[in-house]
Design a protein around this ligand. Structure first.
Ligand code: SF4
Ligand code: SF4
Length: 384
């Protein structure tokens, strides 16, 4: 079997010239891969990215998404930019807008893939851990997709790239009954948050951070959760400093579930209909769902493009592993050693596990060849 191809453009721009900018290099890569190969003329093309959160400001910048939109339009496709809801739908579109992501800036409509109320889905078989999972309908029904991922750390999987972007982000927030669907990946089967009263200081940070008002303090000073509206996002447990709120889930099960969910999403497309773009920029330790963003762990590395999700994730991890940790970051704080798994040293999790499992599921292969793109080809009239 031949290695998978990955196009890579370094984030450094060594000439004072647009053609050496990362934006221009992305244009060049999109030309070289020929995005038109991934859809038919007039096809709807889902451009899946993460819209971010209030306080989390390190999502992929609009200019890069706009270049992808432009390339799709030039090749005859009909792009729409999409994500699934994490907080109530209208607020989520407001978040996107506050990140600079909107129809005007991107040149394509913004669509909530699981609908305004986060429960438009089609159930699809995923794997032994999750069984059926609800794929957001606009992703399920789209004939082709370009997955644009901001690569960063993640509390459950250590690393959030393309697998995480689909494994969480292509899944409907809720099921048809309005109960947590995506959250089933965070929690072991049919379980909820475990509250440990002996550790709890009743600080109410968990109450304040919940985007759905699903967790509250009772008059009897108990912390309770309303599972009719809780989407099992785990945010409340993340902010609890006392280990008084526990998400009952093993790391291995979470990581495998994540890959199974991504697998289910990918299976809804014909072969050769998905392209992946991973940005290794502003690699912070937390997911873009969090209400903040820490300083980057490493210097910006660049952008990768491939149609093999496993290969692109592996290449991303390999590049990140070799990068120098930045001062004033969590990487420096943890005395990270370059050449060893960075996210493991920062989060204690094992990102390789979900990449390996994705390969086991047949989603792609870890062997790749890197094709380096150093600049955009200049048109003749500009070569002066
Ligand atoms: S954040 Fe933790 S310690 Fe604070 S109220 Fe919630 S459970 Fe208790
Ligand atoms: S997991 Fe916690 S933060 Fe998330 S919806 Fe449920 S109660 Fe709210």
């Amino acid at each position: 079997m031949t290695n998978s191809k990955i196009w890579f453009a370094d984030a450094r721009a060594t000439e004072f010239d647009y053609y050496y900018s990362l934006v221009a290099k992305l244009e060049e890569i999109l030309d070289q891969v020929d995005v038109g190969n991934y859809f038919e003329k007039d096809d709807y093309v889902a451009i899946k990215t993460h819209f971010g959160s209030y306080g989390g400001h390190r999502v992929v910048r609009p200019i890069f998404i706009q270049k992808v939109v432009e390339a799709v339009k030039q090749a005859g496709g009909k792009p729409f930019v999409t994500d699934t809801v994490r907080i109530p739908g209208i607020e989520y579109l407001e978040v996107a807008n506050s990140e600079g992501l909107n129809h005007l800036s991107l040149g394509a409509p913004m669509v909530l893939a699981d609908g305004l109320f986060g429960k438009d889905l089609v159930n699809v078989e995923s794997g032994p851990i999750l069984g059926e999972i609800g794929i957001a309908s606009a992703i399920h029904d789209a004939p082709s997709m370009i997955v644009i991922s901001h690569c960063k750390g993640h509390i459950g999987s250590g690393f959030g790239g393309a697998i995480k972007n689909l494994g969480m982000g292509a899944i409907s927030c809720k099921n048809e009954c309005g109960h947590a669907e995506r959250g089933r990946i965070h929690f072991a089967q049919n379980t909820g948050l475990k509250w440990e009263p002996e550790n709890c200081t009743l600080c109410e940070r968990c109450v304040d951070v919940c985007p759905h008002d699903a967790i509250y303090r009772t008059e009897e000073d108990q912390i309770e959760i309303n599972y009719e509206i809780c989407v099992k996002c785990g945010r409340c447990a993340r902010v609890c400093k006392e280990e008084a709120l526990i998400v009952p889930q093993s790391e291995e099960r979470f990581q495998k579930g994540l890959s199974e969910a991504a697998y289910a999403a990918v299976q809804t497309f014909q072969e050769g209909r998905i392209l992946y773009i991973n940005f290794i920029l502003e690699v912070q330790p937390e997911c873009d769902c969090m209400p903040m963003a820490d300083t980057p762990l490493i210097q910006d590395q660049g952008v990768l493009v491939s149609d093999d999700i496993v290969a692109i994730e592996q290449a991303t991890l390999d590049i990140i592993k070799e990068a120098e940790p930045l001062p004033q970051s969590k990487a420096a704080e943890n005395n990270v050693t370059p050449g060893k798994e960075l996210f493991n040293q920062v989060t204690g999790k094992h990102p390789q596990w979900h990449v390996d499992y994705a390969e086991e599921l047949g989603m792609g292969q870890k062997d790749y060849d890197l094709i380096k793109v150093n600049s955009k080809e200049k048109p003749e009239e500009d070569k002066k």
